[in-house]
Design a protein around this ligand. Structure first.
Ligand SMILES: [Zn+2]
Length: 240
């Protein structure tokens, strides 16, 4: 997986991953406060992160290599905002506190235009940016708009979008979807009959639905397969 330390190799990565009209701006952000940019394999637990070793000499941002261009750009700016807050305040500032929200808003603002994001994402983003959350996936409208641009979007359903009572598979176990509690859904594990809280935005892979006419009763019987849990730091832990 590529690791970039210098201007040219960072630009090269950005040109391949962010929406084309945003590449120069993303590169400018790097030039203003350089860091090591590393692409990683697809991680189940996060889409990106910012880290620094002991002092501010080694700043690193990692991003999953397989994010669609809009999610890649959004995650890139999210992490650059962490870096800026770190440079200004050290570890005193809260991870997704007021400083980070301000920085994220300021840095993303020039990108909120139709030449960069498709209308549906832009619409959701403008709403989301009024009070950005630690995880953009905690915002269901934004998640759906972003996910629509994933290569395999046809086979992905979110837990929030399947009917209550549906059976789905998660980490090798079968669960029945129950009631929503704030942002998490009470789900019963079929074998043990125990309840667990599962984030409602978790993506599930649809199985055996191609060509099927979906009625309410067939939907209730459908089995969904867990695809991958894309979480960011700060989102509630999956209690499994
Ligand atoms: Zn964050």
């Amino acid at each position: 997986m590529p690791v970039a330390h210098d201007s040219q190799s960072v630009l090269h990565i950005l040109q391949q991953h962010v929406p084309q009209p945003s590449a120069d701006y993303a590169h400018q952000l790097w030039l203003q406060s350089p860091f090591q940019l590393k692409l990683t394999r697809s991680r189940q637990t996060k889409v990106g992160d910012f880290s620094c070793k002991s002092n501010s000499a080694h700043l690193q941002i990692t991003l999953n290599h397989d994010l669609n261009p809009y999610l890649f750009l959004l995650t890139y700016v999210h992490e650059v905002a962490h870096l800026r807050v770190f440079l200004a305040h050290g570890r005193r500032a809260e991870a997704h506190g007021a400083e980070w929200k301000d920085s994220f808003k300021v840095l993303l603002q020039p990108m909120l235009q139709e030449s960069i994001f498709p209308y549906q994402i832009l619409h959701e983003l403008r709403r989301h940016m009024e009070n950005p959350k630690a995880s953009s996936f905690a915002d269901i409208g934004l998640t759906v708009a972003l996910r629509a641009h994933d290569k395999n979007s046809q086979s992905i359903a979110l837990l929030s979008s399947i009917p209550t009572g549906s059976i789905f598979k998660l980490q090798g176990r079968y669960f029945k979807k129950g009631q929503l509690r704030r942002t998490r859904v009470v789900c019963m594990e079929m074998k043990s009959k125990r309840n667990y809280l599962v984030p409602m935005e978790i993506p599930l892979q649809r199985r055996g639905t191609s060509g099927m006419r979906l009625t309410q009763s067939s939907l209730n019987k459908l089995t969904y397969h867990f695809k991958k849990c894309v979480r960011r730091k700060g989102t509630p832990t999956l209690n499994l």
